[in-house]
Design a protein around this ligand. Structure first.
Ligand SMILES: C[S@@+](CC[C@H](N)C(=O)[O-])C[C@H]1O[C@@H](n2cnc3c(N)ncnc32)[C@H](O)[C@@H]1O
Ligand SMILES: [Zn+2]
Length: 274
């Protein structure tokens, strides 16, 4: 079956076979037992274990599996169904452990679409879980700044809290293709931040017009979630950038909590490639 991925060595198309991917020039890439493939060239590997580490991937996987972010997932699935043509190729850039990729894939299939779904991430720990979530989708270790996907081959790209690689998204999207960019709203995780910091700052919300793209809509997803135990609070904390920049006093206050109710607030910016 022809893959959405291309050969990282010669840029030729990749054929997805049992246990491996093969290009016409004979470059072969084994799929791991979990089902993902490593397509990051060794000279592009700047660390032995790039991307989210095992602990972070486990925390994200446990938190998302409990459906605390279900409203965002549902909104993304609905948008995907709305914008997808009947036969659709979709890329989740910085897909993490595949919570959104798998749900969007299922929603598109359920809507009667013929779907090619691929995800890339630097973290093999995250991809192990992604590949298990949805066996019909394909997942590769790769950088979002050098995505092993051919020019003008995707109808939809999703970027949910992952690095922004606009030039690559521009290159990969078909003309008229759609880009979903998920960013935090002003009060996202406000009550969590109130525990961590003396003077928390709200996130800045702004429109971000990008050359070569037209704004279609911005969808808001707002709510409150109940974190029922310390494990869940700690899992969420590890998923946030605050994990790396919180003073010890804040971390200790958070570690002493048994439960926490906090605001969630996402903005999905939807663009069409001109
Ligand atoms: C905040 S997580 C978001 C994951 C997923 N989209 C989600 O919302 O659950 C950011 C992800 O980006 C990945 N990442 C960071 N830098 C990357 C890069 N240059 N190329 C590919 N993935 C990268 C990390 O490994 C991590 O899985
Ligand atoms: Zn090749």
């Amino acid at each position: 079956m022809e893959s959405l991925f291309r050969c990282p060595l010669c840029q030729g198309p990749l054929d997805r076979q049992d246990g491996r991917y093969l290009c016409p020039k004979g470059h072969s890439f084994d799929r791991s037992a979990a089902g993902y493939v490593h397509l990051l060239p060794p000279n592009k590997m700047h660390s032995k274990d790039p991307g989210d580490d095992k602990g972070m991937a486990t925390a994200r996987n446990r938190f998302l599996s409990a459906d605390h972010y279900r409203p965002l997932c549902d909104a993304l699935s609905e948008l995907a169904v709305k914008y997808a043509p009947d036969t659709v190729s979709i890329l989740d850039s910085g897909c993490g452990e595949g919570y959104y990729s798998a749900a969007i894939y299922k929603a598109l299939v359920q809507a009667g679409k013929e779907v090619k779904m691929a995800g890339v991430d630097l973290s093999k720990h995250a991809l192990k879980r992604a590949a298990k979530r949805e066996k019909a989708a394909e997942f590769a270790v790769a950088s979002v700044y050098d995505i092993p996907v051919a020019d003008q081959s995707a109808h939809i790209i999703l970027n949910c809290f992952s690095p922004l690689a606009l030039e690559e998204f521009q290159r990969i999207l078909k003309p008229g293709g759609v880009y979903f960019y998920v960013v935090p709203g002003e009060k996202h995780l406000w009550e969590l931040k109130e525990v961590l910091y003396e003077n928390p700052y709200p996130n800045t919300e702004k429109l971000t017009p990008y050359e070569g793209f037209t704004y279609l809509e911005v969808q808001s997803v707002d709510g409150t979630i109940h974190l029922p135990d310390q494990q869940t609070i700690s899992d969420l904390f590890q998923m946030t950038p605050y994990f790396w920049k919180t003073p010890k006093s804040g971390t200790e206050k958070l570690a002493a909590l048994d439960t926490l109710d906090t605001t969630i607030s996402f903005r999905i910016h939807v663009f069409r490639k001109d």
